[in-house]
Write a protein that binds this ligand. Structure first.
Ligand code: MG
Length: 334
């Protein structure tokens, strides 16, 4: 039986990887519908190639009908932003399998999404590499008591940079991620470590774990993506190359599994380093703990403030180091 997919955000970085897996495995998947935000040329090229029975669309209002169609098994949410919240909730109510890469949705509406998923018996499959790692580590370990999880981050292009150095950091430098090849917004978020801040909030909702039990470690090699620590003294790490195809492949095939055409890990000769993040220079993750502590719409305010800050930085209206001050003022000022 082929798994029948609707892909929300077909022209983005994750969407492109999803389609690559589908192309390589035509016996396992059928594309039922595709959506994009604005790139209609690319979307029409994909329509021509995949000929999805439910068509293609850029209109958010049309997406809800598309994902609720009886012929759809799984909805892969890989767009930017939170405009598709209604669509996602509709898909959950129709008991579709959900693979989600859009962390902003979980940051802003995680409580609601997880509540509806639970109510409808739907498993939310994280596509974010760290969260896919935690998800996989918890599989088969539900009988243990989880005490803490660790999310790793590479530290981005400005690892070990001083505050002074950050003053002159350019957009071009900020987009040069050392280990991951990703979209622009998430690359800037990695450089500021706001990506990890959003991931703390994402993890809090996905795994129902208190913020103080979510730890972040800088791990420049990006080979360990996540760890779980159980009360019985056992810690487990999830490892693999920094390649988004791996968590995407896992989510698409879940609860089954299949061989992935990706480079396999060989640890010989690798040195793995873990450090505490420098929250003095990069306060982003402190913002996440603060937003979760304050609750209410603070996580949403944090996400929105970050969106605006990234935009202003990309437009060269604020300096890189001013992003932190901007977010702090915008998200937490009363
Ligand atoms: Mg991630």
């Amino acid at each position: 039986m082929k798994k029948r997919l609707v892909l929300i955000g077909a022209t983005g970085s994750v969407g492109t990887n999803v389609l690559d897996i589908v192309r390589k495995n035509p016996d396992d998947f059928t594309i039922m519908g595709l959506t994009a935000h604005t790139d209609t040329d690319a979307l029409h090229a994909l329509q021509h190639e995949f000929q999805p029975p439910l068509g293609v669309t850029c209109a958010v209002s049309d997406m809800s009908a598309m994902v609720c169609d009886d012929r759809v098994d799984m909805v892969v949410v890989a767009c930017l932003g939170t405009e598709v919240r209604e669509m996602l909730l509709a898909a959950i109510k129709h008991k579709k399998e959900i693979a989600i890469a859009t962390k902003e949705l979980l940051v802003e509406y995680g409580h609601e999404i997880m509540r509806e998923a639970k109510r409808n018996g739907v498993t939310i499959l994280p596509v974010d590499s760290e969260h896919s790692g935690v998800f996989q580590l918890l599989e088969g370990n539900r009988h243990r008591t989880l005490e803490k999880i660790t999310l790793t981050c590479s530290g981005g292009p400005f690892l070990h940079a001083s505050k002074k150095m950050l003053q002159s950091a350019t957009v071009k430098q900020a987009l040069q991620h050392p280990t991951w090849d990703m979209g622009k917004k998430i690359s800037i978020d990695s450089a500021t470590m706001m990506n990890k801040a959003l991931e703390i909030i994402e993890a809090h909702h996905l795994f129902d774990i208190e913020p103080e039990n979510i730890e972040v470690l800088v791990h420049p090699q990006s080979l360990v993506h996540a760890m779980v620590h159980f009360s019985d003294g056992t810690s487990m790490a999830h490892m693999g190359h920094a390649d988004m195809r791996i968590p995407i492949h896992y989510a698409l095939y879940y609860p089954e599994s299949s061989d992935a055409a990706v480079p396999k890990l060989d640890l010989a000769g690798n040195e793995l380093v873990f450090e505490k993040p420098d929250t003095e220079t990069f306060p982003s993750i402190l913002f996440a703990y603060e937003a979760l502590k304050k609750g209410g719409d603070y996580p949403k305010r944090l996400n929105r403030a970050n969106d605006r800050a990234v935009k202003l930085f990309m437009e060269k209206k604020i300096r890189f180091d001013e992003i932190f001050q901007y977010i702090k003022e915008q998200a937490f000022a009363t």
